[in-house]
Every structure is written in C-alpha cells, then in structure tokens.
Ligand binder design. Sequence first.
Ligand SMILES: [Zn+2]
Ligand SMILES: [Zn+2]
Length: 146
Amino acid sequence: MGCDGTDAILVEKLRERGQRVTSQRLVIHRTLSVRDRHLTAEQVLVEVSEGLPGISLPTVYATLELFEQLGLVRRVATGGGALLFDSRTSPHAHAVCRDCGTVTDVEISEANARALSHAGDSDFQVDHAEVVIWGRCASCAPSADN
Ligand SMILES: [Zn+2]
Ligand SMILES: [Zn+2]
C-alpha cells in the first residue's frame, strides 16, 4: 500500500467522525503505517519532526490517541513502561526480546483471537486484549552450540 491508500483510509475515518484532515495527522499516520512497525510516541516524534517542525510530544500523543479511537492503531504495552503504537490492528501477539527490545509480530490462531476478543465465552466486555511473549530474539539468544 502506498501513501495514497494510507492517506485515503485516514481521510475517510476522520471525515466519518467530523475531524479535520491536517498535515500533522497525515504525516504521523504515514510514519506509523509502514508494515511491521511498533513505535513509541517519542520515536514517532523524532521521525516526523523533520517534516513537521515544531511539533510537540503532547501533540503526537493526542494524535495517536485519536488514531486509536478511529481504530487505525492499537497500543501495545510491552512492560518496562514503553508503550508502543502498532498500525496492524488485526489480532496478533507480540514477542519482545529482553536483551535488545526488538518487538516481533506473532500470528495467533482464529480460536485464540476469538477467545481474546470475547474473554472466552464470558459476558465480560473486552476493550483491550494483548498477548506478549518474553524471551530472546535469534540474534540475542545464545546459540545451541555454546
Ligand atoms: Zn534481541
Ligand atoms: Zn504488532
């Protein structure tokens, strides 16, 4: 998906909610929409500040929160205080490397995705469900030969 498709999705969602389309929102959304990215608000700020001089961290946060409400990103709490924003909103788990902090998408089965979104078969109203797997990535894990 190129920038045009990415922008079109955002523009449609913003208009549905009566929200303005601003260059800040477009640039932040493009930054997040690159596949397989998991960024903190601080990282988003660094990446967009060249194209959006003077943008502040609170503005980035407010924009990310808006995108979350629009269903365009989801938050991933990986522990250690780092809150990541993920533009892939379909159900998946995350594997986090304890050594280098790399976050990798992990596919989960349909049954698991359903269990997460409905808390099993209970009446519990789920608004956020998350699976985080901790360990060491291939580069950080000691090799089997050692
Ligand atoms: Zn690692
Ligand atoms: Zn992800």
